[in-house]
Design a protein around this ligand. Structure first.
Ligand code: KIV
Length: 295
């Protein structure tokens, strides 16, 4: 596979067969999507975790199809290589297969999704089959399913006992049988995740599920250490951006207050009569020198 070749559903299947681990990170906006895509990640998940990360809520339950379509479009307007999966939010696939297909279609048409993800096992086979039948690839999600927040009693590890583990194995096989092309395993014992990954033909992507999965997913803000107060066991911090951002903003405050910023190099000047305009700012958001001169 060429390094810049777009990641597709068949490519992800091949990665499992070849034993190449799949990497997936969340992104909810164009700035992060561009960075994640350029860094070489295989899959971007526009997760409904945006309810917590972007909207500041305690869980994902208030996220709507409109929100997901909007954030999906923010991401897919800039990605070039990544496979982009958009989450189906709570209540968007619970009422009927027909409504689920319509909502999944909105995420593809308005959000630019290459695939959708939905939570649940055997109880979701009808819905998964209907969406797949509409030619929309489905990623399953079992174990700790955040949309079951009230039923599971919060964000709780699942499948620790024998009966629960057997149920999750049956769920995984049912989701595959229904036509899903991949499966997220969240918050389950690593031995069980390994066993499920070995039993399935489709790739599994783990979060808090150990190293036996076919790939791994994290929320990008967690991996980058952007929230100093959030450090769950399953997250490894690869950077401490929370401190970097705090220090940078602190320096900005100091420099504005002391007059160290802005300096002449950050300022525009009146056109000198007959002379060329020297500065050529990028004009990405702000005025170019020409705009300033005519303002
Ligand atoms: O919404 C999300 O970010 C997710 C991942 C944690 C798997 O579903």
């Amino acid at each position: 596979m060429r390094a810049d070749a777009p990641i597709t559903v068949p490519a992800l299947r091949r990665m499992k067969r070849n034993g190449t681990k799949i990497t997936m990170l969340t992104a909810y906006d164009a700035t992060f999507a561009r960075l994640v895509d350029r860094a070489g990640i295989d899959i971007i998940l526009v997760g409904d975790s945006l309810g917590m990360v972007m909207q500041g809520k305690a869980n994902t339950l208030a996220v709507s199809v409109d929100h997901m379509a909007y954030h999906g479009a923010c991401v897919t307007s800039v990605t070039k290589r990544c496979h982009v999966v958009v989450d189906m939010p709570f209540m968007s696939y619970h009422v009927s297969p027909a409504e689920a297909v319509r909502n999944a279609g909105r995420l593809v048409q308005e959000g630019g999704a290459h695939a959708v993800k939905l939570e649940g096992g055997a109880e979701r086979v009808e819905v998964i089959a209907a969406i797949v039948n509409a030619q929309i690839p489905v990623m399953g999600h079992i174990g700790l399913t955040p949309q079951s927040y009230h039923v599971q009693g919060g964000f709780k590890i699942q499948g620790r006992g024998d009966a629960a583990a057997e149920r999750l194995m049956r769920d995984a096989l049912a989701v595959q049988e229904a036509g899903a092309y991949s499966l997220v395993l969240e918050g389950i014992p690593k031995e069980l995740a390994t066993k499920i990954s070995e039993a399935l033909d489709i790739p599994t992507i783990g979060i808090g599920a150990g190293d036996g999965c076919d790939g791994q997913v994290l929320v990008v803000q967690d991996l980058l250490g952007m929230d100093p107060d959030f450090q769950p066991k399953f997250v490894k911090r690869y950077a401490d951006l929370g401190s970097v951002i705090n220090d940078a903003i602190g320096t900005f405050i100091d420099e504005v207050r002391t007059g160290a910023f802005p300096q002449d190099e950050h300022s525009f000047h009146r056109k000198r009569r007959g002379g060329p305009v020297k500065e050529a700012p990028s004009g990405k958001y702000g005025p170019t020198d020409t705009d300033a001169a005519t303002a």
